[in-house]
Design a protein around this ligand. Structure first.
Ligand code: 8IG
Length: 277
């Protein structure tokens, strides 16, 4: 290590999968749980779900685990939690997301997903707070992600790694979610780089190319999850209608408020979906 503040994933000679394996060993040591079955990343609005999934084995700051960055944003919890469900499955709850807009590259963004895979998880549940394009959607509504459009211009895949993304957002897992809540709508998630929200023209572009949800996460993580052989479930909390879809401008406060109000409902939905998987 050349310098104490250097990040292990920033070394171009480092293998990100080796670092994920080290992180998984850290998690096994810190949690006392050798293998996890399911991993869940909690985005804005979804934080309360952890308390409903099962019994907590351990919770620790993500910064104690190799390769995890310091959280960029208040309200993003920054912890990892190992939970055992009533049916005996071990769930790794990731409350520490690195966003692409932080500017550290896709490797750091997907490290949590690669780590989850290295702990043994075969299912990756990705949640987020996002903007809705469909007029009939309301703030506080959860939506299943059916597919994505990656508008970041980046990829977590390195070299000539050709990965098929057909059925990336597993139909099997979406069917399970529908069995818990038949009223769940689906949509195509567009990942923008951010951190600025879209202009109305950009939202209109997203709509014209087939998007229904706009956000700043998830697509890069889903790609890495598929590369790692995981099955992916994506859930967006529509915290605001995307810019230009309604008359008033977006505020970060509005986003936080909608997330708070919807918290209990979507958290119980997520816990029930996880128990049914
Ligand atoms: I919460 O309207 C949330 N995250 N790109 N656009 C984008 N990301 C978001 C939005 C939004 N709302």
């Amino acid at each position: 290590m050349p310098h104490s503040s250097a990040h292990p994933l920033d070394d171009p000679l480092a293998d990100p999968f080796d670092i994920a394996a080290q992180a998984a060993a850290d998690i096994a040591r810190l949690s006392g749980i050798e293998r996890h079955d399911i991993a869940v990343t909690l985005g804005s609005g979804w934080g309360e779900a952890a308390g409903l999934i099962g019994t907590t084995n351990a919770e620790f700051p993500a910064t104690e685990v190799t390769g995890f960055s310091r959280p960029a944003l208040e309200g993003h919890v920054g912890s990892l939690r190992s939970i055992t469900t009533p049916r005996g499955r071990n769930v790794l709850v990731i409350g520490a997301r690195t966003h692409f807009y932080e500017g550290h590259g896709a490797r750091r963004v997907v490290h949590s997903v690669r780590t989850a895979a290295a702990t043994g998880a075969r299912i990756m549940v990705l949640t987020n707070g996002a903007g809705g394009i469909r007029h009939t959607w309301r703030p506080g509504q959860p939506v299943l992600i059916s597919d994505h459009i990656n508008l970041t211009g980046a990829s977590p895949l390195e070299g000539a790694t050709f990965i098929d993304l057909t059925d990336l957002y597993s139909l099997r897992l979406r069917d399970i979610a529908h069995s818990i809540d038949p009223s769940l709508q689906e949509g195509v998630y567009c990942q923008f780089r951010g951190p600025q929200y879209e202009t109305p023209a950009e939202v209109n572009m997203a709509k014209l190319i087939g998007g229904h949800i706009v956000g700043m996460s998830t697509a890069l993580e889903a790609i890495a999850a598929r590369e790692a052989g995981m099955e992916v479930l994506g859930l967006s909390l529509i915290t605001n209608l995307a810019a230009g879809i309604k008359a008033t401008p977006l505020s970060h406060q509005e986003v936080i408020e909608a997330g708070k109000a919807a918290g209990p409902v979507i958290s119980s939905l997520l816990a029930r979906v996880i128990e049914a998987i």
